[in-house]
Design a binder for this molecule. Structure first.
Ligand SMILES: Nc1ncnc2c1ncn2[C@@H]1O[C@H](COP(=O)(O)OP(=O)(O)OP(=O)(O)O)[C@@H](O)[C@H]1O
Length: 354
C-alpha cells in the first residue's frame, strides 16, 4: 500500500496521440509550441491535429488520493476512455507519467504490467466479456485461477464477492441465463475477486435501464464503503457523476477543463461547457452547506436552524426561510464550525442564471 502522503495515482503531462509516428510528431509539436510566445499544450495539440494526428488526451495532470472515488466525465469523444486506458496502461500513452503508488507504470515492462493487472489493478468495462461457457462462480473465480490459487480457496473467495454484489443463489447460472444488470454484477464481482487496490470502471452501468442503473449505483456505493479501494470511474452522465464522486474531472476535446468536488462543479463551473452539464441538475440536492460556509463563530439561539456542513442546500434553505442573519453551522459533536448567511444559500442556487 502507498504511504498516506502519496497519491494512489498521479498523472503528469500525459498525452495519447493517435497516428503513425505520433511520438516524434508530439515531441516536435511540443518543442515548437515552447519556442512560441505563449506556447502551450493547446497549441501543440492544434499543430498535431492540423497534421492529421488525433491528440485524444492532451497534457493530462491530476492526482487521485488513496480511497478516493474519482470520476472522469465528458461528452462522447472527449477522450475519457482513452484517458482511463492510458492510466490502466491498456494504451501505452505517447508521453508523460502515470504513477501508481509512486511507480511509473508507463515504464513497466510487459511482465510487470501483467503482474499489476493480476494483483493490483481491477478493471470493469461496459462490455465485460464474460466467458459464455462458464458459470457465474467460474467466471468470478477466473482471475484467481490465473493466479494459480487452488480450487477450494478460489471457490470460497468467489462466493464472498458473489454475495457482496447480491448474486448469491445464481452461482451455477450461465451468463445467457442472466439479465443485463446481473451480468454487470458478475463483471464487477470478477474484477473485485483479486482484492485490487485501484479499480478502473469505464461506463459500467451505461447500457442499463434507468431503474436498474440507479439500483446498481446504490449498491456500488455500499460496496465501496466496505472496500475503501481507490476508484477511477468514467461516465458521460452528470447525475451519475454527482451521485458517486468525491471529485470529478471534466474533459473536453482531449483536455481536462475542471477538477472539483460535485459542489464545485455545480456551483462554480469554470466555463459554459461545464455550466451546460449542470444546467438541469438540481443544485440544491448536490451542493452542501460546507461549500458556502464562512469561517466564524456563533451561538445557539432560540431560532437556531441546526445546520450541519454536510446538509444539502435545499435542506438548509428550508430551515432558514424566515431568517435574515448569519446562522451557525454545527458539527456532529455540537461544535460550531462556521456560519452561513441564508441569502448565500439562495444565491448559490441561482449561480447559473448569471
Ligand atoms: N485507436 C484510435 N485511433 C484513432 N483515434 C482514436 C482511437 N481511439 C479513439 N480515438 C479518437 O480519440 C478521441 C477520443 O475518443 P474516446 O473514445 O477516448 O472518447 P470518449 O470520451 O470515451 O467517448 P465515448 O463516451 O463515446 O466512449 C475521439 O476523437 C476518437 O475518435
Amino acid at each position: 500500500m502507498s504511504g498516506s502522503d502519496n497519491p494512489a495515482i498521479a498523472c503528469r503531462g500525459l498525452w495519447q496521440v493517435f497516428g503513425a509516428g505520433a511520438d516524434r510528431a508530439l515531441a516536435t509539436a511540443l518543442a515548437t509550441a515552447l519556442d512560441r510566445a505563449g506556447g502551450d499544450a493547446a497549441r501543440a495539440a492544434a499543430d498535431l491535429q492540423a497534421d492529421g494526428f488525433v491528440p485524444a488526451v492532451q497534457d493530462a495532470g491530476f492526482e487521485v488520493r488513496e480511497g478516493e472515488l474519482f470520476v472522469i466525465m465528458g461528452l462522447s469523444g472527449s477522450g475519457k476512455s482513452t484517458l482511463i486506458r492510458c492510466i490502466s496502461q491498456l494504451l501505452p500513452g505517447t508521453a508523460g507519467e502515470v504513477l501508481v503508488d509512486g511507480e511509473n507504470i508507463m515504464r513497466a515492462g510487459r511482465q510487470r504490467l501483467i503482474e499489476l493487472r493480476r494483483r493490483k489493478l481491477g478493471m470493469v468495462f461496459q462490455h465485460f466479456g464474460l466467458f459464455p461457457h462458464m458459470t457465474v462462480a467460474d467466471n468470478v473465480a477466473y482471475p484467481l485461477r490465473v493466479q494459480g490459487i487452488g480450487r477450494a480457496a478460489r471457490r470460497a473467495k468467489a462466493q464472498q464477492v458473489i454475495d457482496l454484489v447480491g448474486l448469491d443463489g445464481r452461482e451455477d447460472h450461465y451468463p445467457r441465463q442472466l439479465s443485463g444488470g446481473q451480468r454487470q454484477r458478475v463483471g464487477i464481482a470478477r474484477s473485485l475477486v483479486t482484492d485490487c487496490e485501484v479499480w478502473f470502471l469505464d461506463e459500467p452501468f451505461s447500457a442499463l435501464d434507468p431503474l436498474i442503473r440507479r439500483q446498481l449505483q446504490d449498491e456500488f456505493l455500499a460496496i465501496r464503503t466496505k472496500l475503501k479501494t481507490t476508484i477511477v470511474f468514467i461516465t458521460h452522465d452528470i447525475n451519475e457523476a454527482l451521485k458517486l464522486a468525491d471529485r470529478i474531472a471534466i474533459m473536453r476535446d482531449g483536455r481536462i477543463v475542471q477538477i472539483g468536488t460535485p459542489a464545485e462543479i455545480v456551483l462554480k463551473p469554470v466555463d459554459d461547457y461545464v455550466r451546460e452539464f449542470s444546467r438541469d441538475v438540481a443544485k440544491g440536492q448536490h451542493a452542501r452547506v460546507a461549500s458556502v460556509m464562512q469561517a466564524g463563530d456563533g451561538e445557539r439561539g432560540p431560532d437556531d436552524p441546526g445546520l450541519r456542513p454536510d446538509m444539502t442546500l435545499d435542506a438548509a434553505l428550508a430551515r432558514c426561510m424566515d431568517l435574515y442573519q448569519p446562522v451557525p453551522v454545527w458539527d456532529r459533536a455540537g461544535q460550531c464550525v462556521g456560519t452561513v448567511h441564508p441569502a448565500d444559500l439562495a444565491a448559490a442556487l441561482q449561480v447559473e442564471e448569471a
